[in-house]
Design a protein around this ligand. Structure first.
Ligand code: ADP
Ligand code: MG
Length: 292
């Protein structure tokens, strides 16, 4: 590419709210074959709401909500905010929490008023040896509806299946349709439940799903997608997306996301709208076509 075509291209992209932090990203972007997207905060708004609370083993809402609210008050995860909001709406949430642990990619646990509270994905329950009864069946139905199922246990006994749902951003369906129009493969990489991820992918027409990825597994997921002659653009917003943004052929960060993600990216999308990804690819293809 000539310096002029790169200057013109990056200028045109900037007008569309797409910042190329590196000139050569304009060139590498036109060669991508696959656009891999983080789910939470990238395809979706990243602000889940609690939608379902299915009590088990004689648990009551009055007993459960203060306990799980107290633990989630200590967590930074968007899921935690959803659960805490619901607990606070129901009544006071105790502040006395000890032995709080955040099990990255699994969930959280702590002692609240002498009770051991364990809250998170099914793999956390399995790891703690908690008997799931018919909870897996309930959670599979919730996941089919695109909701994220979580499990709460009190003193080692399953107390509830909880679901949270994170709305899809309004620009996402059109962005995916336009990526397909450009003959690009669209993939999703997420730490979320497999059933949930597959339901959302089916709804959006996403071609490939890599789910239940632990935070340090996203780089390996990128390498996997790159098999053959694939060239990968990765789009993400979170701290745990930074290594994948650096590993991809082109990393695109959501400008409303974390600073860590922006620092690791080649391209920054000023708005959270995924149509910015299509604009970025479009500009890169046009500017490279000009100089051929
Ligand atoms: P993602 O950012 O894709 O949600 P994470 O690795 O942050 O991936 O979380 C993976 C899973 O771990 C979540 O879907 C959830 O099941 C569980 N989890 C993590 N943090 C919490 C929390 N504070 N409360 C309940 N569950 C949690
Ligand atoms: Mg995210």
């Amino acid at each position: 590419a000539t310096p002029t075509s790169i200057m013109v291209g990056t200028g045109r992209a900037a007008q569309l709210g797409v910042l190329f932090r590196q000139g050569d990203a304009l060139q590498s972007l036109q060669g991508v074959t696959t656009v891999a997207l983080d789910k939470t905060g990238t395809l979706t708004k990243g602000t889940p709401e609690l939608t379902d609370l299915v009590l088990m083993n004689d648990m009551t809402e009055e007993r459960l909500l203060p306990l799980i609210g107290a633990v989630e008050a200590r967590s930074e995860h968007p899921i935690a905010q959803a659960i805490l909001r619901r607990a606070e709406a129901a009544g006071p949430v105790p502040r006395e929490v000890s032995d709080f642990q955040s099990h990255t990619g699994y969930g959280v646990s702590a002692l609240v008023a002498g009770r051991r509270v364990t809250l998170g994905a099914d793999r956390l329950m399995t790891r703690e040896g908690i008997d799931m009864g018919n909870a897996q069946r309930i959670s599979a139905d919730l996941a089919k509806a695109g909701k994220t199922p979580l499990f709460a246990a009190i003193d080692g006994r399953l107390a509830a299946v909880i679901a949270v749902a994170d709305p899809i951003k309004p620009g996402t369906p059109e962005a995916i349709a336009r990526l397909h129009d450009l003959n690009l493969e669209v993939a999703m990489i997420t730490g979320d439940n497999r059933g949930t991820a597959e339901a959302i992918a089916a709804q959006l027409g996403i071609d490939r799903v890599v789910a239940e990825v632990l935070p340090d597994g996203k780089v390996a997921a990128i390498d996997d997608l790159r098999k053959g002659d694939n060239r990968i653009a990765y789009v993400g917003d979170g701290i745990n997306d930074a290594p994948a943004l650096a590993q991809a052929d082109v990393g695109l960060a959501i400008g409303t996301g974390t600073d860590v993600a922006i620092e690791a990216a080649d391209v920054v999308l000023m708005s959270g709208d995924l149509r910015g990804v299509v604009n970025a690819i479009d500009v890169s293809q046009r500017s490279m076509a000009n100089i051929r």
